[in-house]
Design a protein around this ligand. Structure first.
Ligand code: MG
Length: 434
């Protein structure tokens, strides 16, 4: 029986706590679900025996949040009570291996919630921001890219110009293909809060998709944007793995003249061997990774220099512990970081992205969600956004908190599929990637 937690199932590590640190224990692992801007967010709070000391981590898998909640509450919580939160690496290994079958998004998100919280706790104990534990800052701030979208190219152009007027120097451009459900092309051109993690771009009358009209329209969009806006702004585009691989190679070649900062998710993870063919035919910068959950997927791409930007979603690979290792691996191979950062990353996850950005010599760009007012109220300490970049508040830990009473006022909204994406279909009815 553990004297502090009352838990009989504590598995003690075979070593004593560090003699120079006061010994503490994990006393509770709690899951907080909230949706301040309509997107289902899952945050884990790890409490310790040190009165008032706790950490927060992002466990947001917005299409399957309730499965993550079960994994944390039913499996990780009893596994963790009584352990020493200082043993971050040991706990990560133990959590990962305790399920035997591993490296899937549900369990990785559950592990991430705990893992980020442990980094938060350790940095608070040290009285320094997490980026200091990662080796210290390599830059003042993290440049971000924002999303521009529109019903036609003129609306996209207006959105890019509006972002540029606000100081943003990197903009992702997505345009609606007339008559089709097109990824990332909301009907509003205004640079309002981004919420691309959920399916707001799918209206009920936009249920079908065909690749050819899209592949013809996107080069025309960038032709107009470069013609009208010049090259004094970085432009990006996300294919969202929707088109046949050979068409993605054609599209990459068609887009070369417009000097994109990167082309994202030209292929699905299942088709990633096509990256070798693309590399032989085009020098367009390639970003991939938000769908990866397993090192078997991303390590070969880095090792063989098949991508230029690694885009994993930190909580989907298991949190800060694997992400910091991946960032360093990428540095050795000339691959820059561009961690996934849309609206289905909680502000706690954005803070973790930022600390890793600041500590990485090979930082490339950070995808940004503009934090809405309700989101900033529920999560005090949201990273500050100015001059086209994200800035740390330099507080100890991740520098972010959660107002649990306020969070409870934003329950998950009613949804037919509990937040899951509805299917997209070709004109003949076949299901395609979202
Ligand atoms: Mg993407």
């Amino acid at each position: 029986m553990d004297a502090e937690t009352g838990n009989e199932s504590v598995m003690p590590t075979p070593w004593e706590p560090c003699a120079s640190l006061p010994a503490i224990r994990i006393t509770d692992v709690q899951v907080i679900c909230t949706a301040p801007q309509g997107i289902r967010l899952v945050v884990v709070k790890v409490r310790t025996s040190d009165d008032g000391l706790y950490g927060l981590g992002c466990a947001t898998f917005t299409q399957r949040p309730l499965a993550v909640v079960t994994a944390v509450e039913q499996y990780l919580r009893p596994f963790l009570l009584g352990r020493n939160p200082d043993d971050i690496t040991d706990i990560w290994q133990a959590m990962t291996l305790s399920s035997y079958w591993r490296s899937g998004p549900v369990l990785n998100n559950a592990i991430s919630g705990v893992d980020m919280a442990l980094w938060d706790i350790k940095a608070k104990r040290a009285g320094m921001p997490v980026y200091q534990l990662l080796g210290g800052r390599t830059r003042r701030c993290a440049a971000v890219y924002v999303h521009a979208h529109g019903r036609d190219v003129n609306e996209v152009q207006a959105a890019v110009e509006a972002h540029r007027a606000q100081g943003f120097r990197h903009v992702r451009c997505q345009v609606e293909v007339p008559g089709y459900a097109t990824y990332g092309s909301g009907s509003s051109a205004a640079p309002t809060a981004q919420a691309t993690g959920s399916p707001p771009h799918l209206s009920p009358n936009q249920a079908s998709w065909e690749p050819r009209p899209y592949c013809l329209l996107v080069p025309k969009m960038f032709e107009q944007l470069r013609s009208e806006l010049g090259y004094d702004i970085e432009l990006l585009h996300d294919v969202h793995e929707r088109i046949p691989p050979i068409m993605a190679i054609q599209l990459a070649k068609d887009l070369e003249p417009y000097k994109l900062f990167f082309l994202e998710d030209a292929f699905a993870p299942e088709d990633q061997e096509y990256l070798r063919l693309l590399r032989q035919q085009s020098s367009i910068p390639i970003a991939m990774g938000e769908l990866y959950v397993n090192q078997e997927q991303y390590v070969p791409l880095v090792r063989d220099r098949l991508i230029d930007f690694i885009r994993v979603h930190l909580s989907d690979i298991g949190g800060l512990t694997p992400a910091r290792k991946l960032a360093v691996l990428c540095e050795f191979f000339g691959v820059r970081t561009a961690w996934h950062g849309p609206g289905d990353v909680s502000p706690v996850g954005h803070a973790a992205n930022l600390h890793l950005d600041l500590a990485s010599s090979n930082f490339g760009i950070q995808e940004l969600t503009l934090f809405s007012e309700p989101l900033r109220e529920v999560f005090p300490g949201c990273p500050e956004i100015r001059d086209g970049a994200m800035w740390s508040n330099d507080q100890p830990g991740l520098g972010i908190d959660i107002d649990e009473r306020l969070a409870a006022r934003f329950p998950f909204p009613e949804h037919r599929f509990n937040g899951a994406w509805p299917e997209i279909r070709q004109a003949d009815g076949a299901v395609v990637r979202p």
